[in-house]
Design a protein around this ligand. Structure first.
Ligand SMILES: Cc1ncc(COP(=O)(O)O)c(C=O)c1O
Length: 395
């Protein structure tokens, strides 16, 4: 074999430039903008005043005075950093109280905090599955669920979006232990998974795990999420994961279910064991968010009114949003990445922040605008957005 000379070897980081250029050429290059100030509909981004329709702070709690006061009081009492993992000495009374409150609210035996939803999803799959197992997922599940399947080493099979019969065929064709996981409200589509049918199908046959990142705090009679909305108990949906950084306005996530599930995660979930606990002040702030949501139906009803109003006037203006459910995530599918990017850019120039979502986050040819609504939007804000959308799309 001929010897490679030193000059023939690629420098260790050289390939990165080429990859970045490929992303740019494919209109998939992502860029960050800089937000000055809190999360709220009218904000300053990159020095420009804009009206934002892209936050997951659906109830406007991220900048709520009561939640901020609870956070400050928490920091005063517990300090800022947790200083250690939950299994060492980072698990404070505030964390424990939050877990008990989450279990009570969701009607589950126990709950366990994780530092992020991404880590919770990784931890669940890794702790519950091994190489001989199977994990079945909706094709449109969030990236963290797909990565969770990869990390677990189990075989991953993806079924067509919301297709319960396709899942049934997969379950019938295997003898393996199976985990079925699904978004409850699909993060890039805004529709609800057929949870009652999934629960019925998996009962006795597979473990069902629901990621309620976008339903928790919003749906259900008390805001406890998609499982409350469909009245699904712990025996029907044994594994619930939800995040705290969206409607609850704070950060972090939790898993709720049986005592055995939670103990298994404490013993085996590496993303739980080998990481610093979230700050206790965040747990205190989250407890306040939960108190507000449970005691005051007003923010949730304002959000619902805004969603209904948006759907109503978008339909009047002939925008193809139809067929979507009344969740805070609404999408306008535009097709090619370039097209979606162009409209998002025009909106930006006109003072709106609405992101273009492109492959690989969504399937090829289905680039879209992802519009999220908040309880803090005024009807006038929504009028302005819909007028701008109608103008730019008809151009
Ligand atoms: C459906 C879904 N699951 C999980 C996550 C991850 O949650 P976190 O932001 O807390 O990591 C997100 C978004 O962030 C999501 O949309």
């Amino acid at each position: 074999m001929p010897k490679t000379t030193l000059t023939q070897l690629k420098k260790p980081m050289q390939h990165l430039r080429g990859r970045l250029e490929d992303l740019q050429a494919a209109h998939q290059y992502r860029q960050r903008r800089i937000l000055d100030g809190p999360q709220q509909p009218h904000q300053i981004i990159d020095g420009r005043r804009v009206l934002a329709f892209c936050s997951n702070d659906y109830l406007g709690l991220a900048n709520d005075v009561r939640v901020k006061a609870a956070f400050q009081a928490g920091a005063k009492h517990f300090g800022v950093g947790a200083g250690a993992a939950h299994l060492i000495n980072g698990h404070t009374r505030a964390h424990h109280h939050l877990e008990e409150t989450l279990a009570d609210w969701t009607g589950r035996q126990r709950a366990l905090l994780f530092s992020t939803g991404y880590m919770a999803n990784l931890g669940i799959a890794q702790a519950l599955l091994g190489r001989d197992d199977l994990i079945c997922q909706d094709r449109l599940n969030h990236a963290s669920l797909i990565d969770a399947a990869r990390l677990s080493g189990a075989r991953l099979q993806r079924y067509a979006h919301a297709d319960v019969e396709a899942l049934q065929r997969r379950l019938q064709a295997t003898q393996k232990q199976v985990l079925v996981s699904t978004d409850a409200v699909f993060s890039m589509d805004g529709d609800l998974a057929p949870l009652p049918q999934l629960a019925e199908l998996t009962h006795q046959r597979a473990m069902l795990m629901v990621d309620d990142a976008h339903g928790f705090g919003v749906l259900g009679s008390s805001g406890a999420g998609s499982l409350e909305h469909f009245s699904l108990s712990q025996s029907e949906v044994p594994i619930l994961m939800a995040t705290l950084g969206k409607a609850l306005g704070t950060a972090g996530a939790f898993v709720a279910g049986s005592d055995e599930l939670i103990e298994t995660l404490i013993q085996a979930a590496r993303t739980y064991i080998y990481t610093t606990a979230m700050p206790a002040a965040l747990a205190q702030a989250t407890l306040e968010s939960i108190r507000i949501i449970r005691e005051d139906p007003e923010p949730r009803s304002r959000l619902q009114e805004n969603i209904d109003y948006f759907l109503h006037i978008a339909k009047q203006q002939g925008l193809a949003i139809g067929g979507r459910q009344a969740t805070p995530i609404q999408v306008l599918i535009l097709g090619e990445s370039m097209h979606a990017l162009r409209i998002a850019e025009q909106l930006w120039e006109a003072g709106f922040m609405v992101p273009a979502i492109r492959p690989p986050t969504v399937p090829k040819g289905q680039a879209r605008l992802r519009i999220t609504l908040s309880a803090l939007h005024e009807q006038e804000d929504i009028d302005r957005l819909v007028d701008a959308l109608a103008n730019f799309i008809q151009e």
